[in-house]
Design a protein around this ligand. Structure first.
Ligand code: NAI
Length: 344
């Protein structure tokens, strides 16, 4: 039996975590969920949206899965999500983006992963006000964090049988911060035996290249099938992963894993979607796919495959779909259908 920390989050978090739990249970894995609350709901009582008991639970169980948590815009407490990643040193954010044949999209064969550095860049929270006339945020890129994330991406590429490792940056403008990231990208990919292609060489082997972030955005829309693993600083990863979600059916689909040396926290890429919260219509696929990543992480490959096959089948049939994918099913009806297919 596994003991896993479950943070339901808020907004649609409550609905999608309930659906995810039922689907994982249907797969037959024996999990005891340790449910802990974070976010605005506990702010007054504990004086923090991320009380110590949340971190203590994850430190004890080593693994957590969470629903999205609302962050006030432009004021109020700092993001619980960013704080969790920093406190637990979850340095790698892994976001696989794949097409499901059954989901309508302009593309057919997308299979790429965004690896986003999770601890620094403009998310380090080093910002201050200069009187009432300016705000200054510092973009911090360090050698150590860049080395660690590129090294992680190299291993991910090899472990998952991908060929192309792309470093994404804006080193033409931010020559010092992104310039360092790009230099480290070159050093670390070489150290891992992933060399750039020679001029005119066909891409018939594992290789590295780099793309400026704006060109990456365009090429991801034009030819997403040509990318495999993309590694980048925090902010570019945040933006490009939402862009990639749009290529395969939207934010309701894309999962993620926050991985550190000691702990791992799995969550959907999407947020708490306040516009549709409480209506029972959110698509739980992103969190269910995050649970699949979690099951593989703990070695429960058979259960992961059962859920993955059920998702494929439900999309292929196209009869029980949530409204973001053009269907009429509720979150619960979608989860019921998955549970039925898994048990069959
Ligand atoms: P969002 O991801 O919540 O919503 C963007 C759009 O996608 C909305 O139209 C929403 O209805 C739709 N959407 C998202 N997930 C969906 C799902 N599962 N099924 C169907 N439709 C879905 O992004 P937004 O509105 O920028 O952020 C809302 C709140 O969530 C903010 O407070 C933000 O800080 C927080 N957030 C939290 C994250 C986390 O906990 N990891 C990640 C991203 C945002």
């Amino acid at each position: 039996m596994y003991k896993i920390t479950l943070i339901p989050g808020d907004g649609i978090g409550l609905e999608v975590t309930a659906a995810m739990k039922r689907v994982v249970e249907a797969s037959g894995v024996d999990i005891e969920w340790e449910e802990v609350i974070a976010g605005e709901a506990v702010l007054e009582e504990y004086g923090s949206p991320l009380p110590d008991y949340v971190l203590d639970s994850i430190k004890k169980n080593k693994i957590a899965i969470k629903g999205p948590i609302t962050t006030p815009v432009g004021k109020g407490f700092r993001s619980v999500n960013v704080a969790l990643r920093k406190e637990l040193n979850l340095f790698a954010n892994v976001r696989p983006v794949k097409t499901f044949k059954g989901i309508k999209s302009r593309y057919e064969n997308i299979d790429l992963t965004i690896i986003r550095e999770n601890t620094e860049d403009l998310y380090a929270g080093i910002e201050h006000q200069i009187g009432d006339y300016a705000g200054e945020s510092i973009k911090l890129i360090t050698r150590d964090a860049s080395d660690r994330i590129v090294d992680f991406a190299c291993k991910y590429l090899k472990d998952n049988g991908y060929k192309r490792l792309t470093g994404v940056h804006k080193a033409n403008i931010m020559k010092i911060s992104d310039g360092l990231f790009l230099r480290v990208f070159d050093e670390v990919s070489k150290r891992n035996g992933i060399e750039r292609l020679a001029k005119g060489e066909a891409p018939n082997r594992v290789y590295a290249d780099d793309v400026i972030v704006d060109a990456a955005a365009m090429n991801l829309v034009l030819n997403p099938e040509k990318f495999d693993v993309l590694v980048m600083p925090n902010l570019y990863g945040d933006i490009l992963s939402d862009l990639c979600a749009g290529l395969v059916g939207g934010l309701g689909i894309i999962p993620s894993a926050n991985i550190g040396e000691d702990y791992a926290v799995f969550e959907a890429v999407h947020g708490s979607a306040p516009q549709i919260a409480g209506r029972g219509i959110a698509n739980p696929t992103a969190l269910i796919q995050s649970a699949i990543m979690m099951l593989r992480y703990i070695g429960e490959h058979e259960a992961a495959l059962k859920i993955e096959n059920a998702l494929k089948e439900v999309f292929d049939k196209g009869q029980v779909l949530t409204s973001d994918l053009g269907g009429k099913a509720s979150t619960d009806e979608f989860a019921d259908e998955l549970c039925r297919l898994i048990r069959d």
